[in-house]
Write a protein that binds this ligand. Structure first.
Ligand code: PMP
Length: 360
């Protein structure tokens, strides 16, 4: 097979078994004589796909019945706006902890709808760590506290979530399903699918039913959580093929041994790459401080821009793809989401060693 080692930040690698299953079912899904894409979203055959994706996600993440699982469109970026539209009003304040560019984007949408407060930020250090110094247990008039659980661009991740008296909202776009979670710590979790869950096109929202009750009533119908929760995410035509792919990815996670096993592998994968950085005598430098390092996006720099360019180019020639860092950090980034194998990480670590050796 001529597939590459894919370290793209998103859209990103999808398990090959999932792609093969989709390929096998493409022309005739489950004896319907058509592909999933061609089914009516009101048909029983599609209904099974939709509800299977929902119940698998509930099972894999241990989501209690006091939460709804929604399949929306518009990406995580629409959630940046939907959250304040639904929960911010004239009497409350939306609190944000800034840990990267995506948190900033979320905040800037909230500012359009009401009062906001930046509780903590690590911007001054160019987001090398997750903010530590803040008190979130006595927030006044809090609509919610928003965090970004994994910072895709900077390669940092929350390893312990803040305790707070406010409803806790987390953008988990780049680490959902990568580790075990206590869902009850959160009131709303959202994630675009295109990193750990499947192809782009569907956004998963896990929302406490109590929170939906508190939502503003004057929100456009399509942007109201109430609409989607009351219609089982079938208010309008959902992204049926993306939800089908999500269901296949979730089945794959279950077959692998569930989220606990996925988490074990992810830690092993990250360790392989961080070791390659730490054992390079400073040739590769990690962007993130050690205690904030992400298990999903490994960011590092090389001694010069020329070397970085050469590294990315030679890696490509060795079938290691998607290693350029984001322009705001520079250097390189290896995104090692659930579908990236341990073998891929070993290949990359080996390549990093050889590249350094050949420079000297
Ligand atoms: N939040 C995070 C943490 C992300 O990594 C991304 C995309 N890379 C987004 C939000 C934006 O997601 P989308 O493109 O689905 O709107």
């Amino acid at each position: 097979m001529d597939r590459v080692y894919n370290f793209n930040a998103g859209p990103a690698a999808i398990p090959v078994e999932v792609l093969q299953k989709a390929q096998g079912e493409l022309l005739n899904f489950n004896h319907t004589g058509m592909s999933v894409m061609e089914l009516s979203h009101r048909s029983q055959a599609y209904d099974e796909v939709h509800n299977n994706a929902k119940s698998l996600l509930k099972e894999l993440l241990n989501i209690p019945d006091s939460y709804d699982v929604l399949f929306l469109q518009g990406g995580a970026s629409l959630q940046f706006a939907m959250i304040p539209m639904n929960f911010l009003n004239n009497e409350n304040i939306a609190y944000y902890i800034l840990s990267g560019a995506w948190s900033e984007k979320a905040l800037s949408e909230a500012k359009k709808f009401g009062e906001t407060n930046v509780l903590a930020s690590s911007k001054e250090s160019n987001y090398t760590h997750i903010p530590k110094q803040f008190e979130a247990n006595s927030l006044q008039n809090a609509a919610y506290l928003h965090i970004t659980s994994n910072n895709t661009i900077f390669g940092t991740q929350w390893h312990e979530f803040p305790s707070t008296n406010a409803p806790l909202i987390a953008d988990m776009s780049s680490d959902i399903l990568s580790r075990e979670l206590n869902i009850e710590q959160f009131d709303l979790i959202y994630a675009g699918a295109q990193k750990n869950l499947g192809p782009s096109g569907v956004t998963v929202v896990i929302i406490k039913k109590d929170l939906i009750e508190k939502a503003n009533k004057n929100v456009p119908t399509i942007l109201s959580y109430q609409t989607h929760a009351s219609k089982n995410s079938l208010y309008n035509t959902p992204p049926t093929f993306a939800i089908y792919m999500l269901s296949l990815v979730l089945e794959w996670v279950k077959e692998q041994g569930g989220v606990a096993e996925i988490e074990r592998r992810n830690k092993q994968k990250a360790q392989i790459l961080y070791n390659a950085i730490d054992e390079s005598d400073g040739f590769y430098k990690g962007h993130a401080e050690k205690e904030s390092r992400s298990f999903m996006n490994v960011t590092f720099t090389l001694p010069s821009d020329e070397l970085t360019k050469a590294f990315v180019q030679e890696a490509k020639e060795n079938r290691l793809i998607g290693l350029s860092g984001h322009r705001s950090v520079g250097g390189c980034r290896a995104s090692i989401y659930n579908a990236v194998t341990i073998e891929a990480c070993e290949k990359l670590a080996q390549f990093m060693k050889e590249f350094r050796k050949n420079i000297k």
